[in-house]
Structures are given as C-alpha cells and as structure tokens.
Design a protein around this ligand. Structure first.
Ligand code: DQA
Length: 146
C-alpha cells in the first residue's frame, strides 16, 4: 500500500515518559513516533506524526488531512472529552479514523468516560498502553488497503 496516514496527538502527550508514568508509562512520544515510522517503512506508507497542546492546531491538521491522508489516527487527549470543534472537523474527514487512548478511559474518572470524537471514529482503542498506536497503525494500513 502506498499513501499517507496522519497520527495526531493532543495536549500534554509531549510529556509522555515524564507525565504520570503509573498511568501512561515511561515511553516518550518520540519513541512512539519511531516505532510507528518503522511500521510505516515496512508497509511502504508515509506518515505524518504530529503533536500540539493547542486545539486549533489539531483542527487545522485535520483539515490538512482531508486533502492528502488516506486515514487518520488521533489521540485527542483531554480534548476528547470537551471538543465539539474537533468532532466537527473530523466530520469533514471522509476516510477511516481510529481514536487511541493509552489508558482505559472507562476505568478512570467519570469525566473521561465520554469522548465526542468516538461519535465519528471508525474504531476506538483504549487501555493497551502505547501499543495502542501500533495496533491502530496496523489496522489502519489494512483498512486503507481494502
Ligand atoms: C488520554 C486519556 C485522556 O483522558 C487524557 O486527558 C489524556 C490522555 C490517553 O491516552 O489515555 O491526556 O487520551
């Protein structure tokens, strides 16, 4: 398969490795990016791996993805639970979307149980730790190849 997949990460995920390691582990976002780049290379696809703490950046990247991406993987972090604007942007994206959460948001505080983004996601992966990114990418590659 050739093509481009976006992986978009929301606020505070730049601090993976330092941030609440008992919940999110000790792997950094750079390590996750490297794992994903290896999978992409093996499968002959291109990857854009992005992170921002600003909601408008995530929205603009989703708009960019409309023009060029075959699929979008997103961990919107806390914006999952608050952002109708991100849901609206995803509604304009017509290719598969996989939502990833490192932790199992359903086992945590009740305010994390609802994700606006899930309403538009093709699939949701939560609770597999950072392996969720790998699983999402493998699945996205097979979805995009069909
Ligand atoms: C998260 C879960 C969110 O509730 C939290 O705000 C995050 C990370 C996860 O990957 O488990 O920042 O999306």
């Amino acid at each position: 398969m050739s093509g481009l997949i976006y992986i978009i990460n929301g606020p505070n995920l730049n601090l993976l490795g330092q941030r609440e390691p008992e919940i999110y582990g000790t792997t950094t976002l750079k390590d996750i990016e490297n794992i994903c780049l290896q999978i992409a290379k093996k499968n002959n696809i291109n990857l854009k791996f992005l992170q921002s703490n600003a909601e408008h950046d995530l929205i603009n990247w989703i708009h960019d993805a409309r023009q060029e991406a075959k699929g979008l993987i997103i961990n919107p972090a806390a914006y999952s639970h608050t952002s109708i604007a991100i849901l609206d942007a995803l509604t304009l994206f017509e290719e598969p979307i996989i939502e990833v959460h490192i932790s199992n948001i359903h086992k945590r505080e009740s305010f994390r149980h609802h994700s606006y983004v899930s309403q538009k996601s093709t699939a949701v992966i939560a609770g597999f730790g950072i392996d969720g990114y790998e699983i999402a990418l493998e699945k996205m590659i097979s979805l995009c190849s069909n």
